[in-house]
Design a protein around this ligand. Structure first.
Ligand code: NI
Length: 136
């Protein structure tokens, strides 16, 4: 029997989407507002979903307090109120799109999560735009 538990988190961060091999014109038309030369912010909402078997002794799938702390240490402390392009090593060589941010977050959490648990990351860049990554 599999069960899923989710924990929400939030961070604010600035970014700029830009491909240096492209002309300014192409960047502007492709990335729109996210290409703004002086960066701009998003209020990112994150949902971390862990799936697996309930521990028969504790009745927990995962200790939510521990999961909350893990997300705070690995995601919020790392990205909240940062310029993702300039401040964050993770995005020195990759564009900080919602897709890439979700993959980075998944990797940060995956390496610290028990192997028998499955992990999915859902990242909202706006209320209407969100991406999901489960490692596949
Ligand atoms: Ni943007």
């Amino acid at each position: 029997m599999e069960i899923a538990v989710s924990r929400k988190a939030h961070f604010n961060a600035a970014h700029r989407l830009h491909i240096k091999e492209w002309t300014d014109e192409k960047n502007k038309s492709f990335f729109g507002n996210c290409n703004n030369i002086n960066y701009h912010g998003h209020n990112y909402d994150l949902i971390v979903t862990v799936t697996g078997e309930i521990d028969p002794v504790s009745g927990f799938l995962v200790d939510m307090k521990w999961l909350g702390q893990l997300i705070q240490e690995q995601v919020e402390n790392r990205f909240d109120h940062k310029n993702l392009n300039l401040d964050c090593e993770e995005f020195k060589t990759i564009n900080p799109t919602a897709e890439n941010i979700a993959v980075v977050i998944w990797k940060l959490l995956r390496s610290r999560l028990n192997n028998h648990l499955k992990l999915k990351v859902t990242l909202y860049e706006t209320e209407r735009n969100f991406v999901e990554y489960n490692g596949n």
